[in-house]
Write a protein that binds this ligand. Structure first.
Ligand code: FNR
Length: 190
């Protein structure tokens, strides 16, 4: 069974990306995956600093998040776009999780061989698509197989009802398409 981690790139309480991540989690569970939806607020981490790592090793939150990656075979990243790129929160997660805890641990152990899918949401017309271009490039460079399908939800502030449900049916289908492709590819890779 595919073990799927879902990682939002915003910790904001009313975040549209967290709402989209919730939908992705629901659709993935319906498609048969074992889903772990991350609440970014549970992983407060300092901006990566090599001195901090040298002095204290990985912070507890980085170890916990890395363990979640190691236990999963696929990840759906759901990130807003800040000034045309990934959020500092998402990049900081990626950076901390990339670090070795011991010298004999293979480099980028948490990423190599993982399958990933990309989603974003923004009130703007591009839905955060430019951030996904950067995210795809970053992940590809650290050994993650990012599936071709992705989805950027534009005009996102008007597309969730008061209960946080995505009301745009065609957008729901697109999210489903990404999630199912990730599960299918991860299943084929074993
Ligand atoms: C933004 N926002 C934004 N939106 C976008 O479509 N393209 C962009 O380049 C940016 N840049 C940007 C920079 C910074 C610093 C902030 C704080 C915001 C708007 C952004 O999409 C909006 O705040 C979303 O609501 C953020 O996602 P969450 O937190 O709702 O998931």
């Amino acid at each position: 069974m595919t073990k799927l981690l879902i990682l939002p790139g915003s910790a904001r309480r009313d975040s549209v990306n967290r709402k989209l991540a919730g939908l992705a989690a629901q659709l993935a569970a319906e498609a048969g995956a074992e889903v772990d939806l991350i609440d970014p607020a549970d992983y407060e981490l300092p901006i990566f600093n090599g001195d901090l790592e040298d002095a204290e090793g990985l912070p507890d939150a980085a170890k916990r998040l890395k363990a979640k990656f190691l236990a999963a075979n696929a990840v759906v990243f759901v990130s807003p776009e800040y000034n045309s790129s990934v959020t500092p929160l998402m990049k900081n997660f990626i950076d901390w999780v990339s670090r070795q805890e011991t010298d004999d641990e293979p480099s980028l152990a948490a990423y190599r061989g993982k399958v990933a899918g990309l989603l974003s949401a923004s009130p703007g017309a591009l839905g955060g698509l430019r951030g996904l271009v950067h995210l795809r490039s970053i992940l590809g460079n650290i050994g993650v197989l990012v599936v071709p399908k992705q989805f950027a939800l534009s005009g996102a502030y008007g597309k969730f009802d008061e209960g946080g449900k995505l009301t745009d049916e065609s957008a729901v289908k697109s999210v489903k398409g990404v999630v199912e492709e990730v599960i299918s590819v991860a299943g084929k890779l074993g």
